[in-house]
Design a protein around this ligand. Structure first.
Ligand SMILES: [Zn+2]
Length: 99
């Protein structure tokens, strides 16, 4: 995998880890804003999330970053996120909607 992509997707364990900082911005600003835009524009839930993510990745492609590297990085990140969700569910009781 390209070194640049590696740096953008793997924690460097510093207090100032760019991965953690980017994830904080996404959680605090992008996720709520995307959900609000979908509602305000009467778009189906996750439509902007999916199109936004694809378009942002498209900008990386346009910049010449290898598609395989991007797909690998996204796959790794989704694996991490899925593991975190499972952990949170174990800690916070049954998943929503399962009752
Ligand atoms: Zn980190």
């Amino acid at each position: 995998m390209d070194d640049q992509i590696k740096k953008l997707s793997q924690h460097d364990m510093s207090d100032d880890c760019p991965v953690c900082r980017a994830q904080d911005v996404v959680a605090m600003a992008l996720i709520p804003a995307t959900a609000a835009w979908e509602m305000a524009n009467e778009l189906p839930r996750f439509s902007l999330a999916l199109q936004g993510a694809a378009s942002l990745l498209g900008a990386m492609l346009e910049d010449g970053i290898d598609r395989g590297d991007i797909e690998k990085a996204i796959g790794d990140l989704l694996d991490d996120i899925e593991a975190e969700i499972k952990e949170d569910q174990v800690m916070g009781g049954p998943p929503q909607g399962s009752a």
